[in-house]
Design a protein around this ligand. Structure first.
Ligand code: ASP
Length: 343
């Protein structure tokens, strides 16, 4: 055990040293192909609108710092801090008791190290807490109260994450849930009319000019979930997986299905066996359909990138966010997901 800790500390130190090096070298290299011929790329599980909002600042961070882990974190933080997105971070839809609980994971390819937090309350940027779990502890996952206390120890502020918009949507859900309880909708029934249990989540995956792979998944999870429910997003291999020899993958949508198929791990392993990212994402969707014996009334989506900088995206059904996007030296591009409908 001790040797594990020592070796862990050693690589943390090594990582710090290489970060300094990368930052120095990065400025010169970031906007161009490196001498190794790798083209940096950052991928986001969302299309035009959010994709741009996430990827342009992430690319800027990459260009300024030459640190791809900082870049993907910057991109994910944008959505986490934006109260207008109801599926990630601040402004996320709460659990069935009206409390926002967030899940996030992070992975770093050069060390194959990872960190995650689940069902964390009161902290706007769970992916940054996950990063600290990865870099500043000998653990990989912290949950609930422990995750929050760890964040507070690192200087994060505890805040109310429930926006007025999310509170009203929660109340709408609660008041329309059953005619056998004592909660009623308003007399005119006039709520916002938005989809009752929308899904969301965001994956941000990056490959730097050395070909090193990094990734983040962050979410408020299933809207109106049972308190303590944890989805796929903070589970390494489910909502996020990467391998520095192969590439990275992330998932969004109904997390229970992604957990029971080890979805992102499956995508990366199929890429390892020679599939393109597109083929591997389709393969993982088909596995979910197979596990469900062809009966699929939910959505899941995979996005993946391989070491050649090829991007793939597939989802079970149309609806929701139907694109992913990526950014390279050639600029921003949105890519439509392939729909792998259940027969
Ligand atoms: N995958 C997330 C979860 O199950 C939710 C989502 O992507 O909408 O927690």
């Amino acid at each position: 055990m001790k040797s594990k800790i020592i070796s862990r500390r050693t690589f943390v130190k090594t990582g710090a040293a290489s970060t300094v090096f990368t930052m120095a070298a990065g400025k010169a290299m970031a906007a161009a192909k490196s001498s190794k011929g790798k083209t940096p790329i950052i991928v986001c599980s969302r299309g035009e609108n959010w994709g741009r909002k996430v990827l342009e600042p992430a690319w800027q961070k990459w260009s300024d710092s030459g640190n791809m882990l900082d870049a993907v974190e910057r991109g994910a933080n944008i959505v986490e801090l934006d109260p207008t997105d109801s599926s990630v971070g601040y402004g996320g839809l709460p659990n069935e008791e009206g409390v926002v609980e967030l899940d996030a994971s992070i992975m770093s390819g050069p060390t194959q190290n990872c960190g995650s937090v689940a069902a964390i309350r009161g902290i706007k940027t769970p992916c940054s807490v996950a990063r600290l779990v990865m870099e500043r502890t000998d653990h990989m996952m912290l949950v609930g109260e422990g995750a929050k206390r760890f964040a507070l120890a690192h200087g994060f502020k505890e805040e109310n994450l429930l926006t007025e918009k999310s509170r009203i949507r929660w109340l709408e859900w609660k008041e329309n849930l059953s005619d056998k309880d004592d909660w009623f909708p308003p007399a005119d029934g006039d709520y916002s009319g938005e989809e009752h249990r929308p899904t969301g989540t965001i994956n941000v995956l990056g490959i730097d000019s050395n070909g090193d792979v990094f990734g983040i998944t962050t979410t408020s999870g299933l809207a109106f979930k049972i308190p303590g429910r944890v989805g796929d997003s903070p589970i390494i291999g489910a909502g996020l997986y990467l391998d520095n020899e192969v590439g990275a993958a992330g998932a969004t949508g109904r997390g229970e299905e992604v957990i029971r198929t080890c979805g992102s791990f499956l995508v990366v392993e199929m890429m390892r066996q020679g599939m393109s990212p597109q083929e591997a994402c389709v393969y993982a969707c088909k596995r979910i359909i197979q596990v469900n014996k062809g009966k699929v009334n939910f959505n899941d989506k995979f996005v993946a990138v391989n070491k050649k900088g090829q991007v793939g995206c597939a989802q079970l059904r149309s609806g929701g966010e139907t694109h992913c996007s990526y950014i390279t030296v050639d600029g921003f591009k949105a890519l439509k997901a392939e729909f792998v409908n259940a027969k």
